[in-house]
Design a protein around this ligand. Structure first.
Ligand SMILES: CC(C)(COP(=O)(O)OP(=O)(O)OC[C@H]1O[C@@H](n2cnc3c(N)ncnc32)[C@H](O)[C@@H]1OP(=O)(O)O)[C@@H](O)C(=O)NCCC(=O)NCCS
Length: 251
């Protein structure tokens, strides 16, 4: 599955654009092949390095929502493909792996450093979440964000300058408007800059995340089925205890 993900994605991309899918080149590594299969051009070394770093960093991350989903499905003794399809469904949500394309939308909508503060203030006033900030587990900066910030700085200095300004303002505004919530930059913020810098379109950010995370999903699935027990959390009913049922007699 890990080998097939980039093949399927690139073929889909090319067919959607009226182009024939390409055959992978055995002398290229995973990241280089992916970029080659999408564009038909041999990628430059900097793009391969940046994408490789991204793919390795995102490959696994504890019991995140999609990995947990995959393990739940695997624990029912369903098949590995079903567990991965379920994980994909969880990943694509904007609170999980759907976030980087939303970060890209935000950066494109802001456009210039001067517009950043007004745009962010308006978004927060509407009650929107700023994509690329906050994390369900980390209540400090996501350590992967720091690595990706450096990769983004090298990969596209111009896009980085805008992203850095937006990040600084967003952190200041979140601290001002959501004090004590511990909202910091997460992995998705600079993922958007890195993935755009290697030439990927926004609607390929989440699929590319999946091409990395499939490594973690399948490793977790194998671990689950090698020592399986059905995952079945309990839930606590907190509703009314004295429910009244009205029987309506048929005429
Ligand atoms: C990731 C995320 C779902 C984690 O949520 P969480 O830890 O459950 O945090 P909560 O939903 O309990 O939010 C706590 C408070 O911070 C606010 N908040 C959390 N993330 C926020 C964000 N990115 N922008 C603005 N406000 C945010 C919530 O509105 C809430 O405010 P309230 O206490 O006034 O109601 C959340 O931070 C988020 O939606 N981030 C944006 C999406 C994103 O980047 N996802 C990728 C994650 S790697």
């Amino acid at each position: 599955m890990t080998a097939r993900f980039p093949l399927m994605l690139a073929a889909f991309h090319r067919l959607c654009n009226g182009l024939e899918p390409l055959e992978p080149r055995p002398e290229l590594d995973y990241a280089a092949n992916y970029l080659y299969l999408l564009s038909g051009q041999l990628p430059v070394e900097e793009h391969v390095k940046a994408l490789n770093a991204y793919l390795v960093m995102l490959a696994d991350h504890g019991m995140n929502a999609s990995t947990f989903t995959a393990r739940v499905v695997a624990s029912t003794e369903s098949d590995i493909a079903s567990a991965v399809v379920a994980a994909l469904g969880a990943l694509k949500g904007p609170l999980h792996g759907g976030a980087p394309s939303k970060v890209q939308d935000m950066l494109l909508a802001i456009g210039t450093r001067e517009r950043a503060e007004g745009w962010l203030r308006e978004a927060l006033a509407r009650g929107d979440r700023l994509m690329g900030f906050g994390h369900r587990v980390y209540k400090a900066e996501d350590p992967r964000a720091d690595e990706l910030r450096e990769i983004a700085r090298l990969a596209d200095p111009q896009a980085f300058t805008l992203a850095r300004r937006v990040e600084e303002l967003a952190l200041a505004l979140l601290e001002e408007q959501k004090p004590g919530r511990h909202l910091y930059t997460n992995v998705e913020f600079y993922s958007a800059v890195v993935l755009a810098s290697v030439g990927l379109p926004g609607d390929f950010f989440t699929p590319t995340f999946a091409a990395s995370r499939v490594v973690g999903w399948t490793a977790h699935i194998l671990e689950q089925i090698n020592n399986n027990r059905l995952i079945r959390p309990e839930s606590e009913y907190t509703g009314a205890k004295e429910a009244q049922f009205v029987v309506i007699e048929k005429r």
